[in-house]
Design a protein around this ligand. Sequence first.
Ligand code: GTQ
Length: 354
Amino acid sequence: MAAAPVDTPERQAFYAKIDKSHLTPLWTSLAALITPEPKSPCRPHLWRYQEIRAAMMEAGALITAREAERRVLVLENPGLRGQSKITTSLYAGVQMVLPGETAPAHRHSQSALRFVLEGSGAHTSVDGERTMMEVGDFVITPSGAWHDHGNQSRDPMLWLDGLDIPLIQFLDASFIEHHSEDVQKLTRKDGDSQARYGANMLPVDAIAGRLTSPIFNYPYARSRDALEKMRRANEWDSCHGLKMRYTNPETGGHAMPTIGAFLQLLPKGFKTSPYRATDASVFTAVEGHGRSRIGETLVEWGPKDIFVVPSWQKVEHEADEDAVLFSFSDRPVQEKLGIWRQNRGNVQNVFEGS
Ligand code: GTQ
């Protein structure tokens, strides 16, 4: 790598002079701008669910879902404090809706996912259809879709929110609109999108043009069952165990254009080979206990704990018992731009990538 040119009094005087014209030399910052490999301020970190939950219960006594609009505690990466980011491109938070509460209808440019952590039978409505949510369900809200959340069950409901807020902020493309009613009108029966798109069939004239999946709840029972059925017949991937991607049935692509989501099974005693990829990932355990080495950091996880693996840091997972991990990342964005890369095992980085 070329060394940065040295500073001389003449050069410094020149930099100071052109600074007034909003000009700056490239040669003093080139090495920091175009790095030989990803260098992120994003750090590995784990949040214990019990700690988040305790804080959330306190928040529940301080503010209603209606007043807050969304009663969420944001998971801020320790390397990115004050920016509402869990990775450089993605936002994550834990949201709580208490029995009887409504989080009022709005729509925005940002795409959102929910992964249910606790509770049963609260609902979210997306573009005129309601879905009941259970632990482990993966629920999406496309860019521009009206959505409101409600809880008519007896227990608090908590879920992990993942949004592309930092990405949309970076692009200066954010819009939000508030509905005239707190609760949008339902125009479709519960289960309608599942019936039309979730049976390995499509409406006859379906056009594969939509960027977001028309299915907006991927129930845990079905995803888990798929992993269970595959476990004996399929070979374990040395880096991932058994890992599946949530898809848009119209295209076979990711469920959303900006956020990819995954569910993986790690059998008891399984230790994955080192793996790294350019998409930083947010993980939460659904079942089981284990640990992950992320670069130099070791995190011990159990159900509902949330942890983050920064871009290009080597990760190895180990499960003490059969474990299921949910994860999400900006992989669809990087794939579309042709910049996504991975290294499997101890293969060294080569420019050709994967
Ligand atoms: O549920 O619509 O965590 O708009 C952040 C922004 C959740 C939501 C968040 C949101 C939502």
